[in-house]
Design a protein around this ligand. Structure first.
Ligand code: S3P
Length: 168
């Protein structure tokens, strides 16, 4: 079973859908969880103590290790900013099939309102923050993906069936 990598904006459902795929025979893993486990602290605290670049280096490190492990049958949910580095996109391609969980901006704003665990959404107007980041990232996600999966108003079962068809 080839690995599946889920990319997409914060709040696009990567971890929830990844856990769902974890019940379909894949082994679920999440790069944010791996980093938190290793650093023994939250992502907010990593950003505050060491800054974003340090966090991005940790992302590159964990994704490199996953590639080098040669493990198969993984479903990997990656942090929303991980595909921003070209070297990470190359690593994702080596790791498996990259699926972009695309969600409407209104859906993302709804899901992320009241969020307190994501450092990049702190301060200022949430809608503006999300719109700006999405503008910067949209084409990166699309270019990095083998499969673009529109997720709005779709059940996980339906998304799973669409992926299975696309992977055949
Ligand atoms: C980030 C997304 C977060 C987390 C960090 C930075 C981003 O992960 O890695 O807060 O740059 O988009 P999720 O996409 O799982 O929320």
């Amino acid at each position: 079973m080839n690995n599946i990598i889920l990319i997409g904006f914060m709040g696009s459902g990567k971890s929830s859908f990844g856990r769902f795929l974890g019940r379909k025979g894949y082994r679920f893993t999440d790069t944010d969880d791996m980093i938190v486990e290793r650093e023994h602290t939250s992502i907010n605290d990593i950003f505050t103590a060491h800054g974003e670049e340090y966090f991005r280096d940790l992302e590159t490190k964990v994704i490199t290790e996953l590639v080098e492990s040669g493990e198969r049958g993984l479903v990997v949910s990656v942090g929303g900013g991980l595909p921003l580095r070209e070297c990470n996109r190359e690593l994702l391609r080596r790791l498996g099939k990259v699926i972009y969980l695309r969600a409407d901006i209104k859906t993302l704003i709804n899901r992320l309102s009241g969020d307190s665990v994501r450092p990049l959404l702190k301060g200022g107007n949430l809608t503006d923050r999300i719109s700006t980041l999405m503008r910067e990232r949209k084409s990166i996600y699309e270019d990095a993906a083998d499969i673009i999966l529109d997720t709005d108003n779709k059940s996980f079962d339906r998304m799973y069936n669409e992926i299975r068809k696309a992977l055949k």
